[in-house]
Design a protein around this ligand. Structure first.
Ligand SMILES: *Cc1c(COP(=O)(O)O)cnc(C)c1O
Length: 396
């Protein structure tokens, strides 16, 4: 099959939920991908920050293969070992105490929301269930996490949404204090708003949020679904910010490409979701956990994280040095990068870059978002940047 045939095949049988770019990816190795016409692409997208080890990492493939041959699924009605291995690694690295495994970011956030509400219910009874999130945030696509998302465009069609959320502007301490009424149980924030446009949240403000949460016994939840597992050059962005959240949610890159979400919690609240209160059939799947062990093990290495930081700086400097009229600036940390272009032109420019052989995505109103595999080589980076420069030059 060629690209056109695969696209027609998909459109015939799969719901048209996505505005897909008009290519069909067939295969890849590291940060180099190929479509069904045999055309090569440099991958600056990693499947939305998921393929952190790139395509076909040998250790990852071996671990998955071995685990699939041993035990593919048993459900959470039984004990299995890979989940403990992966959870132990996450706790050792982060200083968090316990993990709940889910299957996606939205699900991890949904679980964190339940955890926060029950924490408050157990301690204070009914009527303290509201969760504050930031304007321009993104927390997922379920009815509840859409409501948690602080962007009005997501609050359409699917009424009624879950009650009990309010949104405050990032960085505005007064607005936060005003929003903390007696019915609030938690504050949930991203540290770099990903979908919202690669917008880092101010460090002092994030610490202020944490302090006020401690003071009022609100749970401080950090949504690290996109920023997590090495993406920003720290294992989690909260570690870079010097924070100590009660709850951290993780997904995207956590298993290097297999579906997994996780809620990490401190002992102060990790016992709240007792037997019968929360569950998932697929969660902690042994094959996904085996994959996560490889991803977490490689990425948590200090040298690996330093490389992520260096590669990010290298890419940001090179892009600024293009001197393109279209580039208004560069935002982000590590290998989570937003190239700021004139408002409304990001999608058109991303499409052109893809046509020219560079996979990238967009965010917010004005950002071309780069989330390359963390293992991307300098050779691949240079090749990708060349395509980006040529594409931008053609626009100047
Ligand atoms: C992608 C994302 C989600 C949703 O994750 P899914 O796996 O698509 O459900 C939630 N929060 C943030 C910050 C994200 O970037």
């Amino acid at each position: 099959m060629n690209n056109k045939e695969v696209m027609a095949f998909v459109d015939e049988h799969v719901m048209h939920t996505y505005g897909r770019f008009p290519i069909a990816i067939e295969k890849g190795k590291g940060a180099t991908m190929y479509d069904f016409d045999g055309k090569k692409y440099i991958d600056f997208a990693a499947g939305i920050g998921v393929s952190s080890l790139g395509q076909a990492d040998e250790d990852w493939v071996d671990a998955i293969t071995q685990q699939a041959k041993t035990l593919g699924h048993a459900s959470n009605l039984f004990y299995t070992k890979p989940m403990a291995d992966a959870a132990q690694m996450l706790c050792d690295i982060t200083g968090m105490d316990k993990v709940f495994f889910a299957n996606s970011g939205a699900e991890a956030n949904e679980g964190a929301i339940k955890l926060a509400r029950k924490y408050s219910f157990d301690k204070y009874g009914e009527g303290r269930a509201k969760i504050i999130t930031l304007i321009n945030s993104f927390h997922g696509r379920t009815i509840t996490t859409l409501r948690a998302t602080g962007q009005d465009v997501f609050h359409q069609y699917f009424f009624p949404f879950t009650d009990g959320f309010c949104h405050v502007p990032s960085g505005d301490k007064e607005a936060l204090l005003e929003a903390i009424t007696d019915d609030v149980c938690a504050v949930m924030i991203e540290l770099i708003q990903g979908e919202g446009g690669v917008m880092p949240v101010d460090k002092e403000y994030a610490n202020f949020v944490q302090d006020i949460c401690r003071e009022k016994d609100l749970l401080f939840i950090v949504d690290e679904v996109q920023t997590g597992v090495g993406r920003t050059g720290a294992f989690y962005a909260f570690m870079k910010y010097g924070l100590s959240p009660d709850v951290v949610t993780s997904a995207k890159g956590i298993a290097g490409g297999l579906p997994m979400g996780a809620i990490l919690a401190k002992n102060t609240c990790s016992g709240v979701l007792g037997a019968g209160t929360h569950a998932t059939t697929f969660g902690a799947n042994p094959v996904c956990c085996a994959a996560a062990k490889v991803a977490i093990g490689k990425i948590s290495d200090k040298k690996f994280l330093e490389e992520v930081e260096k590669k990010g700086e290298y890419i940001r400097e090179k892009i600024i040095a293009f001197g393109s009229k279209k580039v208004r600036g560069v935002r982000g940390m590590g290998l989570m990068i937003g190239v700021i272009v004139p408002e409304g032109e990001h999608k058109k420019l991303a499409r052109k870059m893809i046509d020219n052989g560079l996979l990238c995505i967009t965010a917010g109103k004005d950002a071309i978002r780069l989330l390359p595999p963390l293992v991307i080589t300098y050779e691949e980076i240079d090749e990708g940047l060349k395509i980006m420069k040529n594409t931008l030059d053609a626009e100047d």
